[in-house]
Unconditional design. Structure first.
Length: 297
């Protein structure tokens, strides 16, 4: 099953006296790149999340954000630090003023967003342990990833349909190229024989063996059988990759380079308008397929 590197999931949950909101999204990338924005007041959370994501994901540029806040108003043992709150509000005002000057409209932060900022809400020593909250959040991560994987799988199924159709088109064009090359081969062979006969009849001092060797070399250089055989092999390899369950994006990337190499060689040897047209159509489909392959995990 083909998996896409493009995906999104969001989830709102609560536990351990807190509520939190997940947001994870990804786009294609050469490797796995993680960008995390999580509350820094939850000890050890970012490192733990990063480790779990590295185990669950193969490739892609992945951004994960988590907003967490205490449920309800501050309770016994917790109070707002007026000095820190005033500093945060001043900073927010400066940001908003700069955004307005630049013509940018920002979403207004909620009270929960402000409370979640480090130092605004002070806790008693008894409530400073964030281990239960960290455990609750990590226990909720698999549910988020399940939704995320489901969307990437759905995107992958659509991607697989498109790529499969493009592979079929390449196979059809390769078959057309083979038929055209066969027709051209007989015509070219007769042309070479006629040309050799004219040279030998009109020339004086020609080395018949040397001329025959040169004509044979020209015929070999114009032969596209090997390129078409390799195209057929690449088509079979591409279909096999689509049937695999493991991530195949890197293999597909390499295979697309091989497809393009054969199409370019075919064009360089064409020497025929119909074969050139087929070669150009092949390059077009291969380029389109390569763009789709960039999204395969």
């Amino acid at each position: 099953m083909t998996i896409s590197m493009t995906g999104f999931a969001a989830r709102r949950t609560s536990g351990a006296g807190h509520g939190w909101l997940w947001d994870i999204r990804s786009v294609n990338g050469k490797g796995l790149e993680l960008r995390l924005r999580v509350p820094d007041w939850i000890d050890g959370l970012e490192a733990a999340l990063r480790a779990e994501l590295q185990k669950a994901l193969g490739r892609g540029n992945v951004s994960l954000s988590l907003k967490a806040a205490r449920e309800g108003a501050p309770v016994d043992g917790a109070r707002i630090n007026p000095g820190v709150l005033a500093g945060v509000l001043r900073a927010l005002a400066e940001v908003e003023e700069a955004a307005m000057a630049a013509g940018v409209t920002l979403a207004q932060p909620t009270s929960a967003d402000v409370l979640a900022m480090r130092g605004v809400l002070e806790q008693s020593a008894a409530e400073e342990d964030t281990a239960p909250l960290r455990a609750a959040i990590l226990a909720d991560l698999p549910a988020l990833l399940a939704e995320f994987h489901a969307m990437r799988a759905a995107e992958g199924r659509a991607l697989q349909t498109v790529i499969a159709a493009q592979i079929d088109t390449i196979a059809t064009l390769a078959a057309e190229a083979r038929a055209q090359a066969d027709a051209r081969r007989d015509k070219a062979a007769q042309g070479l024989r006629d040309g050799m006969a004219r040279l030998l009849a009109n020339g004086d001092g020609f080395d018949e063996t040397r001329v025959a060797q040169e004509l044979a070399l020209m015929a070999v250089k114009a032969d596209v059988t090997e390129e078409l055989d390799r195209l057929d092999a690449h088509v079979a390899a591409a279909r096999a990759l689509l049937a695999e369950t493991a991530p195949v994006g890197r293999k597909f990337d390499f295979l697309m380079q091989e497809f393009l190499r054969e199409a370019n060689t075919l064009l360089s040897k064409a020497g025929d308008l119909d074969l050139t047209r087929i070669g150009l159509d092949l390059k077009t489909v291969i380029d389109q397929m390569r763009e789709q392959v960039q999204n395969v995990e």
